[in-house]
Design a binder for this molecule. Structure first.
Ligand code: FAD
Length: 332
């Protein structure tokens, strides 16, 4: 699509089982900032079945307007009907920018849309800014295996499309006083769009906590020594009402699951408290946790780079310091 006549910023409001995903609220926060800078409107686009009531929530988190497509064929995410409805809406409204969360759904949907409407897509972004002179969107993402950060622009085609990692942008405070238009679409869908049959939906275990959403993270690195020593981290996390995460070194060693990896090739987190236990502070780890509110580092090497970032540093053997911390917490 050429750049003529396109305006407004869209955020794809991903919902699962009627629950708006956090990344979409984060994108509304960033989208609000960009829309104010460009003096344009921020629209949330919501697809599903029986989801109209969620529209107000999107206004509360920063949207000026919500476009809703409520249809039985949008009940669960299937590539073709979602792509069709999104592309029809885009062609009808000509947004200038479209932001989508880099979730499993977003990573499937965004490339289909961009191919169908003939525009570019920058996937897995960690930063979005407006270029002062041209007003193009500057989309930054890790490149070459995470060794450099690349800033990409889409100067000729519109809309400019980007998927953004969960946990990178910041949600606005929910404001129930916000009002805006809610526009209902009548999706033109029929059986020919249901080219996939869903045989079974296997839900993620409720027990699995997302580290991007935890307020407290107790994070273990190679300095923990062995898999069994993670038990003591679990105990500390329990005392603090937090969750255990780790560096890539411990994921590669098979000490914890990949879903709990913090860093450039893992998750970006910004908890209120991040306790780095036996983690050296390599740049690829730090980029995933540097925005944490309070960082406590425990490392036996006083020169470990993690101490440059930490608000509180404890030089010592992590396997002695943590049990002492747990005792102190129990006795406090
Ligand atoms: P180490 O670097 O080995 O550090 C262990 C630390 O523990 C040391 O500082 C040591 O002094 C301390 N220590 C040892 N014993 C004790 C003890 N008993 N008590 C206290 N302290 C102790 N890494 C990530 O974490 N996340 C990523 O997403 C990521 N992505 C990457 C992407 C690319 C392209 C590349 C090249 C690398 C990536 N890495 C990532 C790897 C990263 O470069 C580091 O290798 C990794 O973070 C190191 O993990 P670590 O700090 O646990 O281990």
């Amino acid at each position: 699509m050429s750049s003529l006549g396109h305006k407004g910023i869209w955020v794809f409001a991903e919902q699962r089982d009627g629950e708006i995903q956090n990344v979409s609220l984060e994108l509304l926060g960033k989208g609000r900032e960009l829309a104010d800078e460009l003096k344009t409107e921020l629209t949330a686009v919501l697809l599903g079945e029986g989801i109209k009531d969620l529209s107000k929530e999107l206004l509360y988190y920063g949207a000026d307007k919500v476009i809703v497509a409520d249809h039985p064929m949008l009940n669960i995410y299937i590539t073709e009907p979602y792509t069709k409805v999104m592309c029809d809406a885009i062609k009808g409204h000509n947004p200038e920018i479209i932001l989508i969360g880099a979730t499993a759904i977003g990573r499937d949907l965004a490339p289909r849309i961009s191919a169908r409407i003939h525009t570019g897509l920058t996937a897995d972004c960690t930063s979005l800014e407006i270029e002062e002179e041209t007003k193009n969107l500057l989309m930054t993402r890790p490149a070459f295996g995470g060794n450099i950060m690349a800033t990409i622009i889409c100067p000729e085609h519109r809309p400019q499309m980007s998927t953004v990692r969960p946990g990178v942008m910041v949600k606005r405070t929910r404001d129930e006083g916000r009002r805006g238009d809610i526009i209902e679409l009548s999706p033109e869908l029929n059986e020919s769009h249901m080219n996939v049959e869903v045989l079974e939906v296997v839900k993620e275990s409720k027990k699995k906590v997302k580290i991007e959403e935890a307020n407290v993270l107790v994070s273990g690195g190679r300095g923990i020594g062995k898999k069994e020593n993670f038990e003591v981290l679990e105990k500390l996390a329990k005392e603090l009402g937090g969750v255990v995460s780790g560096s890539r070194a411990v994921v590669d060693a098979g000490w914890i699951e990949r879903d709990y990896q913090v860093g450039q090739t893992g998750k970006t987190v910004r908890p209120d408290l991040y306790i780095a236990c036996g983690i050296s502070g390599a740049i690829q780890h730090v980029t995933g946790m540097e925005e944490s509110e309070l960082i406590i580092a425990i490392n036996k090497n006083a020169d470990a780079p993690i101490f440059e970032l930490a608000d509180v540093g404890i030089v010592g053997d992590v396997n002695k310091v943590i049990p002492a911390l747990i005792d102190a917490l129990k006795n406090s």
